[in-house]
Design a binder for this molecule. Sequence first.
Ligand SMILES: *[C@@H]1O[C@H](CO)[C@@H](O)[C@H](O)[C@H]1NC(C)=O
Ligand SMILES: *[C@@H]1O[C@H](CO)[C@@H](O)[C@H](O)[C@H]1NC(C)=O
Ligand SMILES: *[C@@H]1O[C@H](CO)[C@@H](O)[C@H](O)[C@H]1NC(C)=O
Ligand SMILES: *[C@@H]1O[C@H](CO)[C@@H](O)[C@H](O)[C@H]1NC(C)=O
Ligand SMILES: *[C@@H]1O[C@H](CO)[C@@H](O)[C@H](O)[C@H]1NC(C)=O
Length: 380
Amino acid sequence: MKVVFSLLCICFPLVASGNYSVVDFGADPNGETDSTQSFLKAWASACSSVTPATISVPPGKFLIKKAVFRGPCSNTAITIEMNGTLIAPSDYRELGGSGNWLLFVKVSGLSINGGTLDGQGANFWACEKNCPAAARSITFNYAMDVVINGLTSINSKNSHIVINGCENVTVQQVTVVAPDQSPNTDGIHVQMSSGVTITNTSIRTGDDCISIGPGATNLWIQSIECGPGHGISIGSLGKDLVEEGVKNVTVKDVVFTGTQNGFRIKSWARPSNGFAKQVLFQDAIMKNVRYPIIIDQNYCPNTKGCPSQSSGVKINQVTYRNIQGTSTTKVAMKFDCSVSNPCKDIKLEDVGLTYRENPAQLTCVNTDGITGLALTSSCS
Ligand SMILES: *[C@@H]1O[C@H](CO)[C@@H](O)[C@H](O)[C@H]1NC(C)=O
Ligand SMILES: *[C@@H]1O[C@H](CO)[C@@H](O)[C@H](O)[C@H]1NC(C)=O
Ligand SMILES: *[C@@H]1O[C@H](CO)[C@@H](O)[C@H](O)[C@H]1NC(C)=O
Ligand SMILES: *[C@@H]1O[C@H](CO)[C@@H](O)[C@H](O)[C@H]1NC(C)=O
Ligand SMILES: *[C@@H]1O[C@H](CO)[C@@H](O)[C@H](O)[C@H]1NC(C)=O
């Protein structure tokens, strides 16, 4: 009787509250003890709970080596309340070349509130030879109804946050920070996903602030600070012959500061059935941006693997509305489209970009007409 009683005392309160603290599973906030198994056990408990569950991560630093948080779960309301920092191993070999540090798979109804992810990327960025696959800091594969709120991600080895094959994901009040020279550290990458919303987010990184890959549809991006970084990019598209298209993307209220690009659409100069259509870029301020508006359909790094040198990607219905500021190159608007698939229905409305206090220039190649051109610009 005594044994049963004490078991109830230990187990019942945990289950009843639905609140699993990683510390109760042995996680140690000293930044040095490997806490991976404790986090996985907390996840297993929360995931098997038939009622809503909370995993709490108290203040402190938790070393996590590599963790896959797998669904589907027995409930659709798991909250990870993070007040602490998760630290990746600085020795990238410890991640075993898997390409992911923290990976969520097939989870439905997950919220992550607060917290910091420290990818400790510096050693990996310096790796020159025999480097394993670069690890993204946090990836969501085939997840649904996810909210990422108030998360900070610093110094990822590869992309910071990746949303792949998901539906209905909200990213808000997120902060991404990595040095401007850190290679391939995209801030947020979205592909093969529908209904993703990214708002109130600040990104300073070495690669794209936000990159949008094949199969991104119904994407809403608003109130973003970007820079340093490579801007907000749709692409690279059309690497594959058969590829999902990008459709219905709205990007609003963005301030770009010292970025390489502002709004970019980029595709490989290769055959493909890919496309990008119904894209709206609205209300942006460019502060010393090298290429504020650019469509480049001739992407072919090292001029390898692009036999016909012509992109099959169809770019259609792209509007640039109320975009003001300064460019650091004379040609601030560059439309370099595909000879076999000219860009169609490109609109420039109230675009006022300057280069050294003069109106910036525009070039167009293979466009089926651009409407709304300022009188001072012409397509050459
Ligand atoms: C969960 O437990 C932690 C630690 O006891 C506490 O700080 C936190 O507020 C609790 N969260 C919820 C949602 O009950
Ligand atoms: C985390 O912070 C929130 C708000 O700052 C607080 O309500 C919560 O109790 C904290 N949780 C833990 C586990 O420290
Ligand atoms: C999207 O996910 C949120 C958060 O889980 C949920 O509240 C909302 O109902 C979902 N929306 C749809 C259309 O399923
Ligand atoms: C950004 O956050 C502020 C303050 O929380 C809020 O008022 C505003 O609606 C948010 N903007 C967007 C686009 O979500
Ligand atoms: C486009 O996407 C937005 C969400 O970003 C959605 O509200 C809207 O209904 C979509 N429009 C169409 C035509 O699907």
